[in-house]
Design a protein around this ligand. Sequence first.
Ligand SMILES: Cc1cc2nc3c(=O)[nH]c(=O)nc-3n(C[C@H](O)[C@H](O)[C@H](O)COP(=O)(O)OP(=O)(O)OC[C@H]3O[C@@H](n4cnc5c(N)ncnc54)[C@H](O)[C@@H]3O)c2cc1C
Length: 552
Amino acid sequence: MSTESSHDVVVIGGGHNGLLASIYLARAGFDVLLAERNEEVGGAIASGEPISPGFVHDLYATNMNLFLGSPAFADLGADLIAQGLSLATTSRPYSCAFPGGASLRVYQDRDRTREGIAAHDPLDAEGWDRLAAAYDRFAPSLFEFYGTPLPSVAAAKWLAGAAKKHGVSGLGEVGQIILSSTRQLGDAYFHSEEMKAMLAAWGMHIDFAPDATFGGLFPLLESFADMDNGMSVVQGGAGGLAQALAAVARNAGAEIRTASPVESIIVENGAAAGVVLTGGERVRARRAVIANLTPAPLVRLLPEDSATASTRRRLATYSYGPGTMVIHVALNGTIPWAAGGDLDQFGYVHIGPYLRQMSQTYTDAVNGILPADPLLVVGQTSATDPTRAPEGSSVIWIQVRMLPATIVGDARGEIEARDWKRAKDAYGERVLEKVESYAPGFRERIIGSQVVAPDDLEAANPNLVGGDSVGGSHHLSQNLLFRPAPGISNYRMPLPGLIMVGAATWPGAGLNAISGRLAAQELIAGDSVPRKLLKLSDSVKRATSDFRNRRR
Ligand SMILES: Cc1cc2nc3c(=O)[nH]c(=O)nc-3n(C[C@H](O)[C@H](O)[C@H](O)COP(=O)(O)OP(=O)(O)OC[C@H]3O[C@@H](n4cnc5c(N)ncnc54)[C@H](O)[C@@H]3O)c2cc1C
C-alpha cells in the first residue's frame, strides 16, 4: 500500500550539493526531506576498505581543496568539525614523473618550488614567476566569480568591479589566460616539455585535453592554489565529510532517507509537485523539488508530458565527457619511484608523460579507443593521512584519465574485449605496468588491488554517465551561462518548481560546494515571508489561542 507525506522541499540525491541545499534550507526554517538511493549519502565522496581491513581508500574524490576554499566551508566549517570532520594536509601537494627518472615537484613553499623548477630549466622558472604574478593579481577576482550565480546582478557587479580593479588591459590579459588551451598557456609561459606537461595534466582532471579552448582556467587556479595551501584529504577517509554534512543537515531539522531511490517526479498543474519513491511512496513538495542530478538521470525521472517537454528538450543535447577508471591499491611500503627522493610523499604524482600522449589519449577516448598511454593521477593518500594504512604500508588511489564509455578498439591492438566487464582487468594491467615503468619494483609490493571501470562508476552513481567523473563536458559551449544549457544556468529548470544542482550546473564539477548553496539561498530569498517568521507567527498564534482558551 502506498503512503503519502508532504514537505516544503524534496531533495533528490545526497551528493554534497544536495546535502548543502538541505542544510541551508532547513536552517532557514524549510521542512526538507532528502532521498538518497544508496545506503550512504555523499555521492562521489565516499571511502571504504575494498581490499583489506585497515586500508582505507577514498572511493572517488580525494582532494578536498576546492571544498575547503568554498564559501560553504567558511559558513559551516566549525559545525562540520564539531561533527567529526578532520583534515590531513600535506606540504607536498603535487608533482609529475617523467621517463628516465626526471620529475617536477611543487611544495607548499614558493621558494623551494621555484628552486626545483629553476634547476630543471631556468627559463621555466622565469615563466613560473610570470604566471605566479598573474595568479596573484587575478585569482581573488576569479575565485569570487566562481562563486557568483550566472546570470545575476551579482555577476554584473562582479564584472564592473573587475573592470575597475584590473582595467581593460588587465581583463584582456586574464581573459586570454583563461580562454587559452593548456598547450597555448604552456607555450606562452614555459620552455621545457616537462613544465608544459605539468600544467596540462591539471586540464586532464576535467575534460580539457591540451588543445581545448578555455582549458587554462582550472590549471592556473590548481597549480598555484595547491602550492599555497598544500593538499588536504579527510582524515580517516573522504566518507567523513559526507557523514559530517549529513549530521549538520539532520541537526538543522532536515530528514535524510538513505536506500530510498526516487523513481519519478510528480508533475501537477504544470509544475513539479513531489516525487515517488521506489515502492510507491509519494512525497509531495510544497515549494520545490531539488534534483542533485545530471541531465540524463534527471530526464529519466520526468513524465513524458507537455509540461516537461521544454525541460526534456533543453537537456537532451547535454554532452558527457570521456570516462574514468579508478584503481585502488594496498601496498607494502611506498611506491619506489625511479625519480627517488621524497616523491613517494606527494599528494599527487601525475604521469602523462607529455602533451603528445595526453592529446592522443583524449582523441582515442572520445572515439571509443582504449588509449595506449593514458594520463595517471597517482594519489598517495596515506602519505598525507597515515591513519589510513597499517604502519609500513600504504594506500594508493590511481585515477586514469581518459577512457571511452563504449569500447570499439584498442590503440595497442592487445585488448580484444569490447565491454568494460571483460576489458577492465586487462586495462588495469596496462595501468599498473605504466606505474611499474616509472617505479621498478612497484608491482612486487602490491598486497591487493581493485579496478573500478567507467561502468562501475555509473552503477554506483547514475550521475557519472559513461564513467564521466565530472558530470558532463566542461568545454566552453557547456560552461558558464551554457551549463547545463543556455537560459537555464540559474538552477531553475523550465518546469516550475524544479531546481537542478550539482556538477552539471554552474560552476561545474568538483567539491566546490557552490550550486547547492546558491540554489538554496535563491529559494530562501524568493520566499516572500521567511519561513522562520512563519514558524514564529505560528507559535505566537498557538500561544495566543492557548491563552484565550485558558481564560475561558
Ligand atoms: C573518481 C572520481 C574522482 C574525483 N576526484 C575529485 C577530487 O579529488 N576532488 C574534487 O574536488 N572532485 C573530484 N571529483 C569530482 C567530484 O567528486 C564531483 O564533481 C562531486 O562529488 C559531484 O557532487 P554532486 O553534488 O554533483 O553530486 P554527486 O556526488 O553526483 O551525488 C549525487 C547523489 O545522487 C544520488 N542519486 C542519483 N539518482 C538518484 C535517485 N533517482 N534517487 C535518489 N538519489 C539519487 C546518487 O546516489 C548520489 O549519491 C571526482 C569524481 C570522481 C567520480
